[in-house]
Structures are given as structure tokens and as C-alpha cells.
Design a protein around this ligand. Structure first.
Ligand SMILES: [Zn+2]
Ligand SMILES: [Zn+2]
Length: 102
């Protein structure tokens, strides 16, 4: 294995490696939500809300979690595109007094 975290993307050429769950790359429709698990900027990772739920249940990246997420490798540029597509708009401060905590 090459120790450098590099990846040759078919769309962007040589770029930093990142990973997301398979749901995010397979589903180009409605946003699935995007949880960023980005403690290492050299190794960006993200997954959808469904994966986050499993992760919270498992409390770790267990076999079950891995099987569920179908972890996919992609370049950091593709990662940003996937993130932009699936990330819900950040909740804005409620100026009208309503809450949305159902
Ligand atoms: Zn997922
Ligand atoms: Zn790319």
C-alpha cells in the first residue's frame, strides 16, 4: 500500500482521498443528510443520517456498521460535491419564535 493519501479521480485527477457511505454516492436524488466525521483533514469521511443512526447504536465502526455503510472511496473534490448535494441547509436562527424540535 502507498502510504500517501492520494487518489486518482476519473473526474478530478490526482487528489486527496476521502470517503463517504455508499448511500451518498448511489443516491443522487433527495438529500440524505450529511454527517461529517472529519477529525483528520487529510482523510475526510462522511456518511448519511441513516448511517449515523447505526453508528450511534453500535457506538463504534463495527462489522454491522461497515456492512451497512458500504463505505466508498472518492476524491476530496467529489466529497465536497456529495456533501453539498446531501447536506441539509443548516438550521437558521428562529426569528419568529417557532421551534422545530419534533
Ligand atoms: Zn449512509
Ligand atoms: Zn473527484
Amino acid at each position: 500500500m502507498n502510504e500517501k493519501i492520494d487518489f486518482t479521480c476519473p473526474h478530478h485527477g490526482r487528489a486527496a482521498l476521502a470517503s463517504v457511505c455508499g448511500h451518498l454516492v448511489q443516491n443522487q436524488g433527495a438529500p440524505l443528510g450529511f454527517i461529517e466525521n472529519n477529525d483528520d483533514p487529510e482523510d475526510k469521511q462522511g456518511w448519511c443520517y441513516a448511517c449515523e443512526l447505526v453508528y450511534l447504536q453500535e457506538e463504534d465502526k463495527t462489522e454491522r456498521f461497515r456492512a451497512f455503510t458500504q463505505h466508498s472511496i472518492l476524491c476530496s473534490h467529489c466529497y465536497e460535491q456529495v456533501k453539498a448535494h446531501h447536506q441539509f441547509d443548516p438550521p437558521e436562527a428562529n426569528t419568529d419564535g417557532t421551534t422545530n424540535d419534533a
